[in-house]
Unconditional design. Structure first.
Length: 112
C-alpha cells in the first residue's frame, strides 16, 4: 500500500501503490499526515497506483490544505492515466502541481 516516507532535500516523498479506495483511505491519510510532520513540502509518488476513488481525492485535498496552511505545498508525481481521469473529473488537476518525474518535482525547488 505505501512505502516508508523518504526525505529528499527538504521534501518528504510518499510512495503509494495499488488501489486507493475507501478500504485503505485511513492508512493513506495517516501516511500523508506523517509526511507533513516531517517536512513542509510533500511529493506523492503515484507511479505504482493503479486506481483511486473519491476518498483518495479527499485525503489529497486535506493534505494539500494543511501543507499550504503551513507555508508548504503538496505535489503529485507520475500519475497514471486512470488516476489522472479522476483528478480531471473533480478538477484537482487544476489545483495540484503535477510532475512527470520525481526529479522534475524536486528540481522545481519546492514542489510548487
Amino acid at each position: 500500500m505505501t512505502e516508508p516516507i523518504r526525505k529528499l532535500r527538504d521534501t518528504a516523498v510518499v510512495t503509494l501503490e495499488g488501489v486507493l479506495d475507501h478500504y485503505n483511505g485511513a492508512q493513506v491519510r495517516r501516511q500523508l499526515l506523517a509526511a507533513l510532520e516531517q517536512a513542509r513540502d510533500v511529493v506523492v509518488d503515484f507511479s505504482r497506483v493503479t486506481w483511486a476513488d473519491s476518498s483518495a481525492a479527499a485525503n489529497l485535498v486535506e493534505a494539500l490544505r494543511l501543507a499550504r496552511g503551513n507555508g508548504g505545498d503538496l505535489a503529485l508525481v507520475a500519475v497514471r492515466p486512470a488516476v489522472m481521469k479522476l483528478l480531471e473529473l473533480v478538477r484537482l488537476d487544476r489545483i495540484f502541481p503535477i510532475h512527470e518525474t520525481l526529479d522534475g518535482a524536486l528540481g522545481a525547488g519546492s514542489p510548487k
